[in-house]
Design a protein around this ligand. Sequence first.
Ligand SMILES: Cc1ncc(COP(=O)(O)O)c(C=O)c1O
Length: 425
Amino acid sequence: MVPRGPTSLKVSPGLTGSKSIRDRQVQDDLAINFDVSLVDIMKRRMPAIKWREYDPDVIPLWIADHDFPPPVEVKEAIKEALDIGDVGYADSSEALQLMAEKVTEVNRISASPVDVCVTQGVLPVFWLACKFACKPGDEVVVTDPMYYPFFETARATEVKMNYVRLDFEDGYKFSDERLKDAITTRTKLIFVCNPHNPTGRVMTKQELKSIADIAVDYKLTVMSDELWEDIVFDGRQHISLASLGPEIADRTITAFGFSKAFGVAGLQIGYAIVTNREMMRKIKSIGFRDKSDPDEPALRGAGSLALAAAKVMLSSNVKYYIERLVAYLQNIRDLTYKRLKEIGPIGLAPLEGTYLIFPNLKSYGKSSDQMTEYLLKKGRVVVESGSRFGPAGEGHVRINIGTSKEIMTEALSRIEEALKTIKTS
Ligand SMILES: Cc1ncc(COP(=O)(O)O)c(C=O)c1O
């Protein structure tokens, strides 16, 4: 795994230099425990939508939040920001500097603070990419299956989607031939998601290189969503598309964030890296204009509390958290796969990254929507219907395994009980 944050990264002394935080970190180093119990977590996470949307007896394996508390340093940073009254219009300059240093050193994309744009999570970057690259009627190439909010963004910006299918049978490998076939004269944008939601695929350098070569040849913009960069298993390394050379860097918008690794989606902070200065100028003029225009909602950067947390999440102080999280999740993945294989004819592609599995349940003879409803009613677990993720998701469900061993074991028992009564083909 690429360690999060080079050791040279510094956060402001007021935030992590304090004795109390260092002391707590030492304590936490000893005490950190991802083995949250079902009862405890329900109490603790009640405010988050994941645990609120369904009846209290339902185990939520749907929305992609993990169930672990963020690092103690992150909580302390937010509290300290409040204590010093950091609640006015936010000064993002220090965060921009740290983001530029992080992508330069960790992602190997050479960036300065002017190449960084802080956003309210990664989702606004989808919108910026479509608005920047496409006019209504233009086309974007997107994988099928794909994280479905991207489909919604394409619809909202009136951009037509051409699918590149990823096949379950082929371990969801990316095909450059299919990519070329999907490109027409109206195609302006390629949307890449790596590590990939919902398939859990982590692209190889070769696959990324073929996308880069095609984008350069066909003069296309690329939006590379790398939000899941930290959650990669079995010693894999996440490779940033824009790190493959100046030509691809020049046409790529890369989106990063913190929500998946640190479990802080509610802070709503992400950042886009665009090292082509003219491209960045245009993107900022689309999203961050300050004149009011009813058709173009002005975006704002993140709030001061999220920025205070981000400074810590970008530092090496919390590297230990990511390392332990990934090790813990890898065990959850292994126990989940073992159990699902015992349960019945459930198709599983290797989970290389993310904490989202996308099993194929076609042998049970139900559509994705029917299976999702059935698992909720009969099993009291809630998963996401695969068909939301595009035509190739039909017959699959997406299960969020970002939870403790106890909770996942209980969820798997419920799934087993529910599936027992269905005849398989
Ligand atoms: C691939 C991907 N991109 C973007 C997002 C949204 O991220 P954020 O909540 O930081 O906007 C998610 C959330 O699950 C995701 O999986």
